[in-house]
Design a protein. Structure first.
Length: 323
């Protein structure tokens, strides 16, 4: 499986795959068993820290040390042998998380970057994954030194409806609901952690692009797909959300991937200006709704995902989870 490499990143031979949340439309509000965190619009990252070395990498084992050296350097101030789970986030001028600025981040940027840590898996060789979440959080809080870059990700246990309303008002991604006594299931997607979205978003596989028209350079739009019941299926095109820089960068990544035939398992009507590519690159999009034919409506390109292989990209549908 090929990955987009970012900032000199390399694939680790062994790594810890984080626990994942289940998308849900049931907020689990007003229930004492749950706590709530902000859903950050960033890259999930695992940090492994020992006296000998520090590792910082994505959910699929791509190293982040060269891409985000401020975070990597700040982790060296942690005085314990630990494995931490969190999210790397870059904030825009208004102080809001920006996935696009994260993806295009340079160490000289004026934008604030933070590693927001919400879990501790191992401490001094001791496995903490079988402890309850609140117990792990109490341990975690004591481990993180004062820093503007690495920070403990706090949560709320009361007033969760007001919390979610504030999230919606600010325009953030949503919230993560976690059972207070949940254990940590490495590499698993669990109903013990729920994603409750404010903004409609989807990870999508790029399967082609159209020729540019008018004043646009490089390409017109991207053809997107997801796995539905194991079959690569079109969800439409995205033609907005690009800067001049991202158009050029994307084109340079897409050109070596061109192929003569469609990679889709479910055929679509082909137009003469479509150029097909190997279904390798994964991107983030935002949209207003999914139409009856399965296409995304009013999609906006957010950036490439370097931390997910295309084999992991399914159409996310919320499931009702019992409290």
């Amino acid at each position: 499986m090929k990955y987009v490499k970012i900032g000199g990143g390399r694939k680790l031979a062994s790594f810890v795959e984080p626990m994942k949340a289940q998308l849900s439309d049931l907020p689990a509000f007003d229930h004492k068993d749950w706590l709530f965190e902000i859903k950050w619009d960033g890259y999930r990252a695992i940090a492994e820290i020992t006296k000998k070395e520090v590792k910082l990498y994505s959910r699929n084992g791509l190293t982040f040390d060269k891409a985000y050296p401020k975070v990597f350097a700040a982790l060296k101030s942690v005085q314990h042998d630990v494995i931490l789970d969190g999210e790397i986030v870059v904030f825009d001028e208004a102080g809001k998380p920006s996935f696009q600025k994260l993806q295009n981040y340079k160490n000289t940027d004026r934008y604030a970057i933070q590693y927001l840590i919400f879990d501790c898996l191992v401490l001094k060789g001791n496995d903490l994954t079988r402890l309850g979440l609140l117990e792990r959080m109490e341990i975690l809080k004591k481990l993180i030194p004062k820093s503007d870059v690495i920070m403990y990700c706090d949560h709320v246990e009361d007033y969760e409806k007001i919390f979610f309303q504030e999230i919606k008002k600010i325009g953030l991604e949503g919230i993560i609901a976690k059972k207070k006594h949940s254990t940590y299931a490495i590499g698993k997607r669990s109903a013990e952690w729920l994603k409750i979205k404010n903004v409609q978003g989807q990870e999508a596989i790029i399967v082609g692009y159209t020729e540019p028209k008018g004043s646009r350079s490089y390409f017109g739009s991207l053809l997107l797909a997801v796995k539905k019941r194991g079959k690569l299926t079109s969800i439409g095109n995205v033609g907005t959300g690009f800067s001049d820089r991202s158009l050029k960068d994307l084109y340079q990544k897409l050109k070596p991937l061109t192929r003569k035939t469609s990679p889709l398992d479910v055929p679509i009507k082909e137009s003469s200006d479509v150029i097909w590519v190997e279904p390798t690159l994964v991107c983030n999009i935002k949209f207003t709704e999914i139409t009856e034919d399965g296409s995304v409506r009013h999609p906006v390109f957010q950036g490439l995902r370097v931390d997910k292989p295309s084999s992991d990209v399914d159409l996310e549908k919320p499931k009702r989870i019992r409290k």
